[in-house]
Design a protein around this ligand. Structure first.
Ligand SMILES: Nc1nc2c(c(=O)[nH]1)N[C@H]1C(S)=C(S)[C@@H](COP(=O)(O)O)O[C@H]1N2
Ligand SMILES: [Mo]
Length: 252
């Protein structure tokens, strides 16, 4: 069977099953194809599974909409962040020259990169919209290095299924699957609208996951961990969001 018709069959199977005999049955089907999100338990679990599984089957390679320079928002809105601690302020005083991002877990060569090193990697950029789950949004140009490039540098192991990314704000951490981690629009950004990425917008280093809601674009990134199992992180739901009642998969 061709790839597309197989996908179509599975997707139809998922939706029809969901309607006919309930979301739980659809979740069973999704499980057979390895499409279970980490927050699949609880009352919203079967719904989360259906959303994630159908999205992955239909839009694995889709691109987030890109805009033109003239559409960049004149007054982008920086969502307030909790006060940044002494450790962050020390980095800031040193113009972030000592800021590093560690890359570990299921990689052949664990490493730690300075901002200067990241800036030496191929530059990538896009003009996309970031949307908060609370309703507001803005369009900006984001520039940095493709996450896929960084993962290639450290030799991501083929068994790895997710990238967990952490912030200096320890209560902000997220993870994405390999479809998003290797996606060309997923960037570790250090510039916004052609200038340094301002601290309010996540400078010096922000993950930009362009196909998902704003909360997946975590600010002040310090560590990336590749894993095949999200159970060992936090409460085992994949990220801080489901611990607070939001979906792990936030495809927008
Ligand atoms: N470290 C950190 N990252 C964060 C947040 C935060 O408070 N701290 N807020 C998130 C939320 S809920 C959204 S919607 C976006 C907001 O991005 P903006 O400030 O560029 O609008 O950042 C996300 N990343
Ligand atoms: Mo948000």
């Amino acid at each position: 069977m061709s790839k597309l018709s197989r996908r179509k069959l599975i997707t139809t199977g998922l939706t029809v099953t969901a309607g006919a005999s309930g979301l739980v049955a659809a979740a069973k089907l999704a499980k057979r194809y390895g499409l279970i999100p980490p927050d699949s338990g609880g009352i919203y679990g079967p719904g989360e599974t259906l959303t994630y599984a159908t999205q992955r089957l239909l839009t694995r390679h889709s691109l987030a909409r890109e805009f033109s320079r003239s559409q960049i928002s004149k007054n982008p809105f920086a969502n307030e962040v909790a006060p940044l601690g002494e450790d962050f302020k020390r980095f800031q005083l040193g113009a972030f020259t000592d800021w590093r991002v560690a890359v570990d877990g299921m990689v052949a060569r664990p490493a730690s990169f300075s901002l200067a090193e990241l800036k030496g990697f191929p530059r990538r950029g896009h003009i996309t919209m970031i949307q908060c789950e609370e309703g507001w949004s803005y369009i900006a140009e984001w520039t940095g290095v493709a996450l896929s490039h960084v993962l290639e540098r450290v030799g991501a192991l083929p068994q790895a299924r997710y990238v967990v990314y952490r912030s200096i704000q320890t209560d902000w951490w997220e993870s994405i699957d390999m479809a998003d981690a290797l996606h060309p629009q997923t960037l570790l950004t250090y510039e916004m609208n052609g200038g340094e990425l301002p601290v309010g917008f996540g400078g010096p280093l922000r993950m930009r996951v362009s196909r998902q809601l704003g909360y997946k674009s975590v600010k002040y990134i310090t560590r990336l961990t590749m894993t095949d199992n999200l159970k060992q992180f936090g409460k085992g739901l994949g990220s801080a969001s489901p611990e607070g009642g939001y979906a792990w998969f936030a495809g927008a």
